[in-house]
Design a binder for this molecule. Sequence first.
Ligand code: UD1
Ligand code: UDP
Length: 365
Amino acid sequence: MRPLVVFGTRPEAIKLAPIIRLMQASSEWDPIVVSSGQHREMLDQVVNDLAIKVDLDLSIMRESQTLAYVTSAVITSVEGCLKEFKPELVLVQGDTTTAMGATFASFYQAIPVGHVEAGLRSGNFLDPFPEEMNRQVVSKMATWHFAPTQRSSENLRTEGVDEAAIEVTGNTVIDNLKWVIEQGLGRSSFKTDSSRLLVTLHRRENQGENMAEIASALRALCGRGDVEVVLPLHMSPQVRRVLQPELDGVSGMNLIEPLSYLDFVRTMNDADVILTDSGGVQEEAPSLGKPVLVLRQTTERPEGIEAGSALLVGTNADVIAHECARLLDDQAWYQQMAHVKNPYGDGTSALQILERLQRDLTQVK
Ligand code: UD1
Ligand code: UDP
């Protein structure tokens, strides 16, 4: 079986890696692994840790690239790959422009698409922007919908997707986390015994004023004097332009470069509280027993909030500082959030996805 597997950003590589590893180790699969190169340094860094082989790199990234540029570059360059390799199917992951563009390119050539992490919905096209539109567009064209949870499956059915085309598999991010823990973790970036906060920020709808407001909450938390913050800076100039002037030189604050995947997992494991607007981090943290404060107005991952491991705190500085201080100062509350079963899967998602594809593809032949 000859699928083309496409990714372009850090989280897609992380979440497709368990599938690619299984395929590359199997004699029944002959995958063509393509990176759009929507990300560069941040992608190369995690790919090095993931034990996967990339067959082709389309290297499309430009500094401060626009959404229109990324969309057109992915569609055009993936179209070239499809013509050259003629795969039986294309696998995409999530809600990035690479996933959406590769789906369009496949649809235009009538090649079926399997969508990994299908059915997440915030219900607001402007938040997360443009991801909510990207994932709905992919759902319209995909043949297989690999939903991580029952709720994501229900979202798809509500939109009219045939139940037979949906497989609830859990999220492959958990497969990868298990694999990393088996490999042995990297190095933690925390240096002291103070209360340890790990922060990541990058979403477009947070860039600008919201990010400045979040930075003000982090300054207030550092002002307590008993806190160490590690913040691996996303490489987007729109993120750095706000966070560096607001946070550089603040006592207790460590602004660092993005971490390799093994080092990031170790740093998550060493943190007391995680504050983030990342999707993947919200899914990983409960497996490591870490409470998460979600720095967004909406989330398409309500399962963590309902399970009690995450709290949607928005971007108001006072609310963020208050909720974080509550976790640091109220042990009973902390323990309640820290001890929750991960609702995003049991680490067997990649296998379930491959078994379903294998079943359907061999039936067709
Ligand atoms: C993209 C995804 C988002 C995902 C995020 C993961 C879209 C529309 N957005 O957002 O869903 O959550 O990746 O991190 O697909 N840059 C570098 N080096 C890198 C990566 C980025 O320099 O390795 C800089 C470049 O100047 C680039 C900018 O960051 O132009 C923005 O990158 P882009 O992929 O367009 O958007 P993200 O905000 O990373
Ligand atoms: N991550 C990483 N290094 C870092 C920060 C994050 O390897 O310095 C990993 C993290 O464990 C998660 C993924 O990157 O699996 C999340 O990526 P990001 O926040 O960029 O995107 P999102 O998940 O929001 O789409």
